[in-house]
Design a protein. Structure first.
Length: 381
């Protein structure tokens, strides 16, 4: 947050009523209000409506104390966007562009345009997708009027394109980079296009260019980079990216599972166990994490832990493969703890996958659909 991470709307409301508030402070407080609303997200829930109702009078008071210029035009555009008055939003945005001495770089574009359109809630009755489609076209016109050869205009052209041609989309993004190589997200977007086409080497090339430019990369890019490395059979590189991913986002979906799976390949069983336990705890689909954890327990001779895991999550092991694995391990330990369980009934087959220990994970085979644009896929031992 640009003013204070801990500020609430109540605190900002009090500050906004100060008759001695300065112009710079008013601008900073306005930015803090925007950050709070962005944190609420784009879904217009009753809670978000309440936040907007609370925030709008505060924004109007702060606007009265802000200096004339580009930042005020930006602030007015934000207020209009939230109100769902998109004609006024575009008028204020036009004034914002007119007041700029040079085309916005990526950071300014992200702050003043991208964040508003993509993340701020709006009271518009139209669906968000409909709003986005029309607004990007109008923003492109405004940008092209003032800065026709800018990376900003080129990015707007990409964002309002409805072409299904990946080659064309890549050309549009490459044009952004030709005009300004500092627009790092364009490289990430190209990487994601290649990623979705399963062109792993090309995707990883662009992701690694992004990682070289950023001090704080997103967990999505790290996960995607790891997955690309996995598909290229570079297990050690994949492990490095997964580790970086979970350091930033400890519960990132499937990252701990995939990291554990790759650590098993490297016979780093103790480390694998730690990450797979986390995956069992946090992943939405626990099948892969449970089965990989079973495998790592077996590798370490921890058969009692195998039995406890199967007892806790029997639905993840109801195949012929695991009935046979449990039966084999029962014969290898002393009678006692596991014999009190009717394992045959517990693991009565309920799934069609009889070879669960060697799942080949691609979207078609795994049954896991893409959860986000980053295409998070789990892998299983």
């Amino acid at each position: 947050m640009r003013y204070d991470d801990q500020l609430s709307l109540v605190a900002i409301d009090q500050e906004s009523r100060n008759p001695e508030i300065g112009k710079t402070q008013a601008a900073e407080l306005f930015a803090a209000v925007v950050d709070i609303l962005i944190e609420e997200g784009v879904e217009l829930t009753e809670s978000v409506k309440g936040s907007i109702s609370e925030a709008r009078p505060i924004m109007d008071r702060l606007l009265q104390n802000m200096p004339r210029g580009s930042q005020t035009y930006y602030a007015r555009s934000v207020a209009a966007f939230i109100d769902g008055d998109f004609d006024r939003y575009l008028s204020e945005l036009d004034l914002f562009f007119r007041a700029l001495k040079k085309p916005p770089g990526w950071i300014d574009f992200q702050k003043h345009i991208w964040s508003t359109i993509m993340w701020l809630p709006t009271l518009a009755g139209d669906s968000q997708d409909t709003v986005l489609s029309s607004l990007w076209k109008e923003i492109k016109k405004i940008s092209a009027h003032y800065f026709p050869e800018s990376a900003c205009t080129a990015m707007c052209k990409y964002l309002c394109s409805d072409s299904s041609s990946n080659a064309y989309r890549i050309r549009l993004l490459q044009d952004v980079l030709v005009k300004d190589s500092g627009w790092v997200p364009a490289r990430s977007m190209i990487g994601t296009i290649y990623y979705e086409q399963k062109e792993w080497q090309k995707a990883l090339l662009f992701y690694e260019l992004v990682l070289g430019d950023l001090d704080d990369p997103s967990p999505e890019i790290l996960f995607n980079s790891a997955w690309c490395a996995d598909q290229m059979h570079d297990v050690r590189k994949a492990i490095g990216y997964y580790l970086s991913c979970v350091q930033i986002a400890p519960e990132y979906e499937y990252a701990n599972n995939n990291l554990g799976f790759d650590l098993i390949k490297e016979k780093r069983y103790s480390e694998a166990e730690t990450h797979l336990l986390k995956a069992v705890e946090t992943d939405a689909n626990k099948r892969y994490a449970c089965r990989n954890l079973f495998a790592v327990y077996e590798k370490q001779g921890k058969y009692q832990e195998c039995f406890e895991l199967v007892q806790e999550y029997p639905e993840q092991f109801q195949t012929k493969y695991y009935r046979e694995r449990v039966k084999k391990r029962l014969s290898q330990i002393e009678a006692g703890f596991p014999t009190a369980v009717d394992w045959e009934s517990l693991l009565q087959q309920k799934t069609q996958n009889e070879h669960a220990g060697t799942i080949s994970v691609v979207p078609e085979a795994s049954g896991i659909s893409r959860l986000t644009i980053s295409s998070q896929w789990p892998v299983a031992a």
